[in-house]
Design a protein around this ligand. Structure first.
Ligand SMILES: *[C@@H]1O[C@H](CO)[C@@H](O)[C@H](O)[C@H]1NC(C)=O
Ligand SMILES: *[C@@H]1O[C@H](CO)[C@@H](O)[C@H](O)[C@H]1NC(C)=O
Ligand SMILES: *[C@@H]1O[C@H](CO)[C@@H](O)[C@H](O)[C@H]1NC(C)=O
Ligand SMILES: *[C@@H]1O[C@H](CO)[C@@H](O)[C@H](O)[C@H]1NC(C)=O
Ligand SMILES: *[C@@H]1O[C@H](CO)[C@@H](O)[C@H](O)[C@H]1NC(C)=O
Length: 943
């Protein structure tokens, strides 16, 4: 530039050259300016390498947030599982009946199954080239049923604790945080205990994969994770995960990887959380909150709105980035929030959302929210009233959700009161994908299969029932590309069963997870031929239609007749006091006023009675009515609604016993109520009598025996007003075990004048002790001996619960103490129960078969009022699992004469009989259609 100035100044006197010089000068100036401008432009359009990387990163992130979740396209080209472990030896399962879950659950392939490197590599006819040269384990299935491993869509396994050991932070185990209602940033993985007793039990029932959800104490409980249920060599929670999302280690992962499904649960219900707890560090109780549905609704909207704002800011950012408006983004970063990122992903449709929701009022809110904020719902859980509102569910944004249900666990709270055993079949016929789930440990995950089998019994088609615990939940969790099917390229999770999986008490012979056998020494015998095909289930079309018509509360009272004739009867069980006898093929049975007047050749009687109701049992049986002990039937209607129940009795150990009670025991008969839904459902399922004790800790009071079919106490309701005196002794109490036993001793040796207590002291009534620990039972045997030695009288004692009683079975037999097993499906809820006997396939003996073998007088009861109706299946299960040591008559005795004897019932039990159509009492083919009631002098009909 300086040169030109010089030229300009020094050579202006040459006029002809001046013109051209000026011209040159101008040109140069223009050129220089252009150069300057283009240099600037260059730098503007060619940013630094760091800036370039930053922009590329953002563009990649912007592409990533729009990429749908799912497996990579070449997923099935894999030749080895990402979960492969060398313990998985090449395995050939020969001669199997393989239910693949293909063709809508109707495909069955007869042949072999090849498992290699954690994957299924051949189904049916295996090419010899695939196995040649392999050191292969051969399993001969002998024609047994083989299915994919079971998938539990709703479990709290590992976050809840079995046995319960949570520092007594009541309700505050790792299932729930009680810090706030909205907690989408919490992760169930952070609380996953790898040493929970539930894993082995769940595996032994064929469950191979489970979604571990945070609990239901919140509106948004947190992120769920999918685990496989085998032990890993690494022994960590993380190594149990199946396809965990990349967000696991933070939000700054490689966005070139295809996104994987994430999982979360939200809960819409009336939340009453009074479980604030004192932490061990002495902090104040954390927040205690109670919310109406309106609060809950707003909590959701506020949370989703927060996430929506962040999502919109991200989308704005990306729109600018994609348009190249980097100058506008010069000072901004991608809008992110570690707290809200998971909920933002819900709005982006990248989260398989599980919504815990029962009632129409709540389902309505969720469907409305899903449309307001535009997010899909993968599955509604519990979903008690979904069968009543199919049109609403179809409006869920993003398509029809799966519905995850219990088979029969209803009525515990208002929102579950209208639940129906027919919901699965009704929803399936409306086209919804049906999932049966455990909510472990609400239902022990080991019996997930039993949920599907019950739904099948009540009318869910066979293919849909099997899909409901395999492919359908796998799809609902976004893992349908690798689990829930038997197909080449899928994970080697397969079960070899001992019978058709929908038959009663089907049990795995072996369980493979990632190709690794899980049962070390399976103790299981193959079930009889009749159990090798799906049960031919009864017709419940009318009951299902009624469930809908009456919105979940169909009338349950029977229709009564005086005279009835049963035809086509294949067996008739009767009893005289303690003896049960069976008459085979009586064909017809004639009943007048609740009494059998003829069985067998009855033509004369039948011609006598033109007005009799004729019931064709289609080869079914007439069997003794069962007696239920354990559930608070008759004292509880809706367990979590205090106004519907008798309530809890005072605990004398707390010292606040009102003086007016003096030393009298509380009597269950005084609080008895009839006509409850659990009571009538049990009656309609063959349970005709109940013995119930008052509910309480330590001294419960005096139990009563009553008729389930009675309309009230004054109409033949009572069988024996006072049966036994009940106490509970447990480590799980605010008072020491030694204090409880000392108090019991004082009660027995003391002066109190209560009539029932006096009968116990005199040896004419039974003391029933609710107890589980073998050590406490041993102390009680000592107390019995002490009492008898000191007073020279007999102390009649029975243990109820008694889950560890096999450990001292011969001592119990020797002491003449009876046992009522109330958990025929054992689960170690508390420390007192940890040394339970698993039964097949974990141990050859069940608790009941072990006690019978030791000569103990054993009865069977149950715990929960909803399951009272399942009593016949529970005793039948024990028989089926006993390898022939428990026959049907013994099974029947367990729930009739044995349990009555153990309780010390003194009166003659009413000779009630139950008629089953199409099958017997001991499987999934018979349908209870009538009670022949000697006591009421009538026949009660259910159809
Ligand atoms: C699957 O089977 C169920 C029950 O048999 C049936 O209702 C349904 O329509 C079938 N679905 C398809 C896609 O075939
Ligand atoms: C498969 O097992 C069944 C049942 O044990 C048996 O009858 C059949 O012969 C077996 N088939 C083969 C090919 O081994
Ligand atoms: C991060 O998470 C992935 C699963 O998404 C896992 O495979 C990987 O090992 C983790 N990385 C680290 C460093 O823990
Ligand atoms: C079942 O009983 C038979 C003999 O009655 C016995 O050979 C077999 O080992 C038993 N099976 C199991 C699993 O205990
Ligand atoms: C556990 O805590 C609750 C509430 O603080 C208390 O009522 C209960 O007695 C405690 N249980 C034991 C075994 O200490």
């Amino acid at each position: 530039m300086g040169d030109y100035t010089w030229e300009q100044a020094g050579h202006t006197h040459f006029s002809s050259r001046r013109k051209s010089r000026w011209f040159r000068l101008c040109t140069l100036i223009i050129l220089a300016s252009l150069l300057y401008l283009s240099r600037n432009l260059w730098f503007r359009t060619h940013p630094s390498t760091e800036e370039l990387a930053r922009r590329a990163g953002y563009l990649n992130l912007c592409r990533y947030i729009k990429t749908p979740s799912g497996p990579p396209l070449n997923f099935h080209a894999r030749s080895k599982s990402d979960r492969f472990s060398p313990e998985a030896k090449p395995t050939l399962i020969k001669n199997a009946t393989i239910w693949t879950s293909g063709k809508n659950g109707t495909e069955v392939i007869y042949g072999d199954l090849l498992l290699l490197k954690g994957l299924i590599r051949g189904v049916g006819a295996i090419a010899p080239s695939l196995v040649s040269g392999l050191d292969i384990e051969v399993v001969d299935a002998n024609g047994a049923w083989v299915t994919p491993g079971l998938v539990d869509l709703h479990s709290h396994l590992g976050v809840g604790s079995a046995p319960e050991l949570d520092g007594n932070q009541t309700g505050a185990d790792d299932t729930n945080s009680v810090k706030a209602p909205i907690l989408p940033w919490l992760r169930s993985l952070d609380g996953l205990n790898t040493h929970d007793d539930g894993y082995e039990l769940a595996r032994s029932g064929g469950v191979t994969t489970a979604q571990i959800l945070p609990g239901s104490a919140n509106n948004i409980g947190g992120q769920a994770f999918i685990i496989k249920l085998r032990e890993t060599t690494e022994r960590t929670p993380s190594s149990m995960l199946v396809e965990p999302p990349y967000t696991l280690n933070g939000s700054h992962f490689d966005h070139n990887l295809p996104p994987r499904w994430r999982h979360m649960n939200t809960i819409h219900t009336y939340q009453k959380i009074e479980r604030g707890f004192k932490s061990n560090t002495g902090e104040n109780p954390s927040r205690v909150y109670s919310m109406s549905r309106m609060d809950t609704g707003w909590n959701f909207r506020q949370a989703y709105d927060t996430a929506r704002k962040i999502r919109d800011q991200q989308d704005d950012f990306c729109a600018k980035a994609e348009a190249g408006a980097w100058r506008e983004l010069k000072d901004s970063t991608f809008p992110e929030s570690l707290q809200w990122e998971a909920l933002v992903d819900v709005l982006r449709g990248r989260v398989k959302l599980s919504v815990h929701c029962y009632e129409a009022v709540d389902l309505d809110v969720i469907v409305r929210l899903s449309n307001e904020f535009k997010f899909p719902v993968a599955s509604f859980h519990h979903a008690g009233q979904t069968y009543l509102v199919p049109d609403l569910l179809r409006k869920t944004w993003g398509g029809m959700p799966s519905i995850a249900l219990f088979a029969a666990n209803f009525r515990k709270k208002r929102e579950a009161y209208r639940g129906s055993e027919f919901a699965p079949r009704i929803l399936a016929s409306d086209g919804f994908p049906i999932v049966m789930k455990s909510d472990h440990s609400v239902i022990n995950s080991r019996y997930l299969l039993h949920e599907a089998a019950q739904a099948h019994y009540f009318g869910l088609p066979t293919n849909v029932a099997l899909l409901s615990i395999t492919a359908t939940p796998a799809d609902a969790m976004g893992l349908g590309h690798r689990i829930g099917h038997i197909e080449e390229g899928y994970d080697a999770d397969v079960i070899v069963w001992d019978s058709h999986p929908l038959s009663l008490a089907a049990t795995p012979q072996q369980v493979f997870i990632d190709g690794i056998p899980q049962l070390k020494a399976p103790e299981v015998s193959i079930k009889p031929f009749a159990f090798q095909s799906p049960p031919n289930t009864p017709d419940f079309d009318k009951e299902a239609a009624d469930a809908s018509a009456y919105q979940g509360l169909p009338p349950l009272e029977p229709r009564s007749v005086q005279h009835s004739i049963f035809t086509n009867v294949s067996s008739l069980y009767t009893r005289s006091t303690d003896d049960i006898s069976v008459q085979d093929y009586p064909q017809s049975v004639i009943v007048h006023d609740g009494k059998i007047v003829c069985s067998g050749e009855c033509s004369r009687h039948s011609s006598d009675d033109k007005h009799a109701e004729i019931i064709n049992l289609e080869g079914g049986s007439i069997v003794l009515g069962l007696t239920i002990y354990g559930p608070p039937l008759g004292l509880t209607e809706i367990r979590l609604e205090p106004s519907t129940s008798d309530g809890t009795v005072f605990n004398p150990l707390t010292g606040n016993l009102p003086a007016i009670l003096e030393d009298s025991l509380i009597r269950a008969i005084d609080g008895l109520q009839f006509g409850g839904r659990n009571t009538l459902l049990a009656y309609r399922a063959g349970v005709t009598a109940g013995v119930t004790a008052p509910s309480g800790s330590f001294v419960q009071g005096s139990s009563t025996a009553f008729s389930l079919g009675a309309s009230n106490l004054l109409r033949n309701g009572s069988i024996q007003s006072d049966v036994a005196v009940h106490v509970a002794i447990t480590k799980n109490s605010a008072h020491s075990v030694s204090t409880q036993i000392a108090a019991l001793r004082a009660m027995l040796l003391g002066k109190g004048s209560d009539a029932m207590l006096s009968s116990v002291r005199a040896g004419t009534a039974t003391l029933v002790v609710d107890v589980n620990s073998a050590d406490i039972m041993a102390s009680l045997l000592r107390l019995k001996r002490e009492y008898e030695t000191q007073l020279g009288k007999t102390l009649r004692m029975t243990f109820a619960g008694a889950i560890e009683s096999h450990l001292i079975a011969s001592d119990i037999a020797h002491a003449g103490v009876s046992v009522i097993v109330t958990q025929p499906k054992p689960f170690p809820t508390t420390w007192d129960q940890r040394r339970f006997l698993g039964g097949p396939p974990l141990t050859a003996d069940s608790l009941v078969s072990a006690l019978l073998a030791a000569g103990v007088q054993v009865g069977v009861g149950l715990q929960d009022e909803f399951e009272a109706r399942n009593l016949r299946w529970e005793v039948a299960r024990l028989a089926l699992a006993s390898n022939g040591t428990i026959d049907q008559t013994t099974a029947l005795a367990l729930a009739t004469v044995n349990v009555e004897k153990a309780l010390g019932i003194e009166v003659d039990m009413p000779q009630d009989l139950v008629a089953y159509k199409g099958g017997d009492a001991f499987g999934f083919e018979g349908k209870p259609v009538a009670v022949i009631s000697a006591q009421f002098g009538r026949t009660d009909l259910f159809e």
